[in-house]
Design a protein around this ligand. Structure first.
Ligand code: IVH
Length: 667
């Protein structure tokens, strides 16, 4: 293919893929299979790799984010981001309506919308391109999270149709329920605390520093508020319909209401139907449709007078607490779980509820046999919210938190400042061993094909594996006689175990299952400590000097290497040839830029921006996206934005041109 043909094909593929992204993520009406989509994406990625001169940050291939850590720039909102006044009662909705009628008469309509339970975002489009995405912040100033938002497939990077040349559109970014459950399963596997609800998960995701991690989270959005110097029509509803025709994701659950009774019907219907939605809502939002009437009604200091949020009451039920089980996880944390008399709540039958830890139990003053109130915390995980003390039965008795591990009998420990109890017997407590083995073989860790939790259970119950190194001692002959395993799968398992010794050091470190060391932390640690021996002897100060490693993680690492059993395990793994060291650090040409945070801006004559970035990293520095008080150098090229330069001067950042940067690293 010659260059012209390549350019043409690239354009064609980009257009097609943008269209299919829109069909899939915005309209939920895919026209092609995932496989066809992936095929086109691969073809585009290959062509872009072959012809880097046609790179475009808005290409559909760029939705994967970047590994660069970023510090968020604070941006002032052009129009302040206000909140809504809330009500929980129908009477107050009627009062709201009567107030409006008094001010503007009877001749108007409402738009009733759902109140999406996520985190609000303001998107700015200029000439049809996404220019900026900013969080609410304090309403006046928010964080620029553009890089993260660009990874959300339902946010178009380029608009279509007859869009306004410049506008802002606000909406909610949220994590659908299925995605939330998946994310929490992954977190649990990594020994990290799960998110309490989808809202926290969405807000936390937007603030991640590594946008390639954001790209892996199935975030979605609904946009509900168009702002511009001049709006296209006088109707909020019509404006949103126009925005929809530009490719923006507008909720299909909006309705025009001609009377307050219509509004009440809408909120009553969704109060029950919300359980069937694939995402969470915490109420409805009622807005006066006419923009000129909205202007007439105006704002209070905090919220518009033309809109109100009607919040649903959390669904609650009463039932009896029958008993409490204590579960031991892979990291040894002991979680009390309540067994309840089954009760219907928000469309499902609730039988169990997590009690989290001993403090929660004593805070509630819970007794066995108590009548308790249960709510669906964040609508998903049921939680006990209170005790009906007036009805405490005579056979009630206080819950005693166990003193010994229910699985292995070891006395439990509680670390200072931590709410959870732990079983310290990590070397021989069965659920901890099995959990650790399951984590070790899992996809993001050693990715050992053919082994799953069932086989691990089988191997453990037959006494074949008790520690991670035991996996590397297994032989095909030991597996063939186990139930459900034939000769072929036995051989496959052994081969995959053998192959796993090629897994690189950061993933092996993650696979070891050190508490609080998830995938990202493992990568950071592996980059800072090129071998397990260096990591094992690192002091708390050396550990916390690494980006994103705090006291809690440092302490957990030190405790891990203090254990005799863990040290023995590592020696054995070394003998089996696992990669317990990596070469990253050795690739460094120098450490002249170690600890330095450097921003690149503008265009250059000798090097591309990417080459400059690589040079920064080869000399131990960190390339960041925006100038902040923590920036050490700004490498300034041509056509650099005056605002950035101004900011650099304000923070006293050293400004270098290309040649000055070269002499800095060659000095
Ligand atoms: S309109 C000036 N519409 O609720 C009014 N907000 O407390 C702008 N929210 O911060 C907000 N769904 O994050 C609006 N359909 C909807 C909404 C909605 C959720 C959130 C939003 C806002 C908060 C108000």
């Amino acid at each position: 293919m010659d260059k012209t043909a390549a350019r043409q094909r690239i354009d064609e593929l980009r257009e097609e893929l943008n269209h299919h992204n829109f069909k899939y993520y915005v309209e939920n009406q895919p026209e092609i299979s995932d496989q066809e989509f992936d095929h086109k994406m691969r073809e585009l990625a290959d062509l872009e790799a072959e012809y880097p001169e046609f790179a475009d940050p808005d290409s559909p291939t760029m939705r994967v984010g970047s590994d660069l850590t970023q510090e968020f720039e604070q941006v002032q909102h052009k129009y302040p981001m206000l909140s809504l006044s809330n009500t929980y009662s129908e009477q107050e909705l009627r009062d709201f309506h009567n107030r409006i009628v008094r001010q503007v008469g009877e001749n108007f309509r409402y738009v009733a919308e759902l109140k999406y339970d996520g985190t609000s975002i303001s998107l700015t489009y200029v000439n049809g391109q996404l220019q900026r995405a900013v969080t609410r912040g304090d309403g006046t100033v928010g964080d620029d999270v553009t890089r993260n938002v660009r990874t959300i497939r339902s946010v178009p990077l380029k608009l279509k149709g007859n869009f306004l040349p410049e506008f802002e559109i606000r909406g909610e970014i949220f994590l659908p329920i299925e995605g939330f459950k998946r994310l929490n399963r992954e977190k649990e596997k990594a020994g990290e605390p799960p998110f309490a609800n989808p809202r926290n998960a969405a807000a936390g995701s937007l603030k991640l520093q590594n946008s390639s991690l954001v790209a892996k989270r199935p975030l979605d959005c609904f946009l509900y508020y168009l702002l511009a110097e001049e709006l296209p029509t006088d109707s909020h509803y019509e404006n949103l319909m126009l925005a929809k025709s530009w490719g923006l994701k507008i909720s299909p659950y909006m309705e025009i209401c001609h009377s307050i009774d219509d509004v009440l019907k809408f909120v009553r219907r969704w109060e029950t139907d919300r359980k069937d939605l694939p995402f969470e809502i915490d109420g409805a939002v009622i807005k006066v449709d006419s923009i000129s009437l909205q202007r007439q009604l105006g704002f209070t200091a905090k919220s518009p007078r033309w809109a109100i949020a009607y919040k649903f009451k959390a669904e609650e039920a009463r039932t009896r607490l029958l008993s409490v089980d204590f579960q031991v996880g892979r990291t040894g944390a002991v979680t009390p779980v309540a067994n309840l008399e089954p009760v219907r709540l928000a469309g499902t039958t609730v039988k169990r509820a997590s009690l989290h830890n001993a403090d929660i139990i004593s805070g509630l003053g819970l007794h066995i046999n108590d009548l308790v109130t249960v709510e669906k915390g964040g609508e998903i995980i049921p939680k006990i919210t209170g005790v009906v003390l007036e009805e405490r039965p005579s056979n009630s008795r206080p819950i005693e938190f166990i003193k010994n591990c229910p699985e292995c009998g070891a006395p439990l420990m509680r670390l200072e400042g931590e709410a959870a109890h732990y079983c310290p017997n990590s070397a021989s407590c069965p659920p901890q061993i099995k959990g650790k083995l399951e984590h070790f073989i899992s996809r993001g860790a050693m990715n050992i094909d053919g082994l799953g939790s069932e086989t691990i259970n089988l191997l453990f119950n037959h006494g074949l594996v008790k520690t991670i190194p035991d996996l590397y001692r297994l032989e095909t002959s030991q597996l063939v006689n186990l139930e459900r395993l034939g000769e072929k799968s036995a051989r496959n398992i052994i081969n995959s175990i053998k192959k796993s010794i090629e897994v690189p050091w950061p993933r092996v470190l993650y696979a070891l299952g050190i508490r609080f060391v998830g995938e990202t932390v493992a990568k950071k640690l592996a980059a800072a400590f090129p071998s397990i021996d260096k990591l094992a002897t690192a002091t708390k100060e050396e550990l916390t000097a690494v980006d994103e490693i705090g006291e809690k993680i440092a302490q957990s690492i030190i405790a891990f290497f203090k254990s005799e059993a863990n040290r023995k395990m590592i020696e054995e793994l070394k003998q089996y040839g696992l990669k317990l060291e990596g070469k990253e650090e050795n690739n460094l040409e120098s450490r002249k830029l170690a600890g330095k945070s450097i921003v690149i801006s503008g265009t250059f004559t000798k090097f591309s921006r990417d080459e400059l970035k690589q040079m920064i990293e080869r000399h131990g520095g960190k390339n960041t996206g925006s100038v902040t008080g923590k920036t050490d150098y700004l490498i300034a090229g041509e056509n650099m934005g005056p605002a950035k330069l101004e900011k650099a001067k304000k923070h006293g950042v050293t400004i270098l041109n290309e040649d000055q940067f070269l002499s800095l690293i060659n000095s």
